[in-house]
Design a protein around this ligand. Sequence first.
Ligand code: ATP
Ligand code: CA
Ligand code: CA
Length: 401
Amino acid sequence: VDTQGNVTFKRLPITQLVEALQLGIQYTVGGLQAKAAHDVLYQDFLTVEIIHFPKEGTKTTPAHRFYDFTIRSYAPVAFRHFRELFNIKPDEFLYSICKPLRELKNPGASGSLFYLTSDDEFILKTVQKKEAEFLKCLLPGYYMNVTQNPRTLLPKFFGLYCYQGENKNIRITVMNNLIPSHVQMHEKYDLKGSTYKRRANSAERRKESPTWKDLDFMERHPDGLLLDTETFNALAKTVQRDCRVLESFRIMDYSFLIGVHQVDAAAESGGDRTMLNPVCTPGEQTSVQPKRMMYSTPMDTIQVEFDEHNKPDDHLVKTGGIPARTASGQRLLLYVGIIDILQSYHIRKKLEHTFKSVLTDGTQISVTNPSFYSERFQKFLFTTVFKKAPPLRESPVKRRS
Ligand code: ATP
Ligand code: CA
Ligand code: CA
């Protein structure tokens, strides 16, 4: 907070950052519509569109109440293609981005800002310079993977921008939102498969909806979360495929995010009114909007259809959460994805590892090499977190196939 009482980021009033960005995105995405669609060429990954927004406006840019600023839009044509792949129309994208954004409280240590679009589809996250540089290098390969396999739990990047003004550079990515805000999340976990310092700190624990970590999970769900065999296998397969991609880019330190909606608890407390979404007033029954984006729900991604005997009789099924149970038989819907993938393994990390492993058991710290990281990640998820549920005795309905 600055001397005038404005909330700031890198000493820039946040309202200015957000509005400048909205203007910039409007301009670059809008301008793209004039350019005919064509196949993405390698050069398209290297292009940077630079748009100046002087305070007094120009022939093509509006006047505004802030200082002069510049928006750099990275690989605009390539990102347009990513958006098309997921059926995001340019006007819908603009509409999402330009409506007022909601700030999310970030439990991460990085100090990144997170914004959610009011239609719940996108998250804007500020990233460090080296993360933005890494994303730029990653784009062609990432493009190849996403095109081959759009059913992925990896983050989907829909844009990379840089705000420049008053000698500051602030880089922002646009990604898909994993946690629908109109579904009440009773628990949220950020899991890495490591136990070293993987417990939510006291500040986080005091929050109304904390993001718990690995050790918290093991305490709270010692018997894990039960999935039926088909779902378990499909999820494991998807994660395995995604981890291969991450490993190939030497990426580490990513997390598996799980939002847990307790179906029974929600029914008892009188419906699925959300408590996390300040947009709807208490008591109001929220209508569940199916996602517009393609392959965006967990159920769509892992490609499992509900078994007849297993179909939760709940209107939230439309949200595409993965049905699961606790060991005690509580019904759940899970919202999942892999997040925070812009950290790559490099020499600094190597040093960090050798240094830390002198202090602790080298297998338990979260900075190790990419293939080890991926293996430990998957092992944790599919032995400790998710387990195959024993078939339900009370409903002997035949399996779908
Ligand atoms: P750090 O580097 O300290 O781990 P960070 O600032 O890079 O943190 P992330 O790890 O990307 O932040 O995310 C922090 C939290 O934000 C997650 O635990 C999750 O609660 C939320 N979050 C991140 N990405 C998404 C997403 N795509 N959809 C919904 N929630 C998200
Ligand atoms: Ca993280
Ligand atoms: Ca991070």
